[in-house]
Design a protein around this ligand. Structure first.
Ligand code: IMP
Length: 184
């Protein structure tokens, strides 16, 4: 019996999913964000906190475009489970280890959809008294967001469709796709 095709193969080689953002476009935009963050944070030695799992690839590429001293840490939260729709409840699965009172904190998200996760993070981190708290997200869905929180750095605004790749998953797979695809 022939081996069953992986979702990865279907996406990359069979045109099964539509490409929304190519890896070249992603790299160019991350260069710009890195330069902007370098300028804005010079002399501040920020702590850059990645929101797992989705942000790990974006974060890894972004910090290599930032040309000042930075610390990194990670927090893990979940609002989706394995579904395509948010469950409406955010739970923290792993906390940060760094001491952030008086520090400049930059939170790195993969995507802001309804904004529920970022609202949860804002409440949590504001209570820890950082010197400043800003947000960077790789993707932003303006038509889905229900929060009025200001995102300081946005990679790309995208339509309200379910996307995968470059860190974003569906049922925990497809994070390793090098580009961003729309999953119909
Ligand atoms: P929010 O709390 O509704 O803003 O959703 C944030 C989280 O939901 C993100 O960090 C992602 O993990 C997940 N998510 C939202 N939209 C998508 C999508 O289009 N593809 C994959 N994951 C998504």
């Amino acid at each position: 019996m022939p081996a069953q095709k992986s979702e990865f193969e279907k996406a990359v080689y069979e045109g099964g999913f539509r490409v929304l953002l190519t890896k070249e476009l992603i790299a160019m935009r991350i260069d710009e964000l890195g330069q902007q963050i370098t300028r804005d944070y010079r002399g501040l030695e920020p702590i850059i906190i990645g929101v797992l799992n989705g942000a790990f690839i974006f974060m890894a590429d972004l910090i290599r475009r930032i040309e000042i001293d930075v610390e990194v840490d990670f927090i893990k939260i979940s609002s989706y489970g394995d579904a395509k729709m948010t469950s409406g409840q955010v739970v923290m699965l792993k906390d940060i280890n760094a001491e952030i009172a008086g520090r400049h904190v930059l939170l790195v998200e993969d995507i802001v959809d309804t904004g529920l996760s970022i609202e949860f993070l804002r409440r949590k981190f504001t209570a820890l008294n950082p010197a400043s708290l800003k947000y960077v997200t790789f993707l932003f869905k303006p038509d889905s967001v229900k929060s009025d929180i200001r995102i300081d750095y946005v990679g790309f605004e995208i339509p309200s469709e379910f996307v995968v790749g470059y860190g974003l998953d569906h049922k925990q797979i497809l994070r390793n796709l090098p580009a961003v695809y729309i999953m119909d």
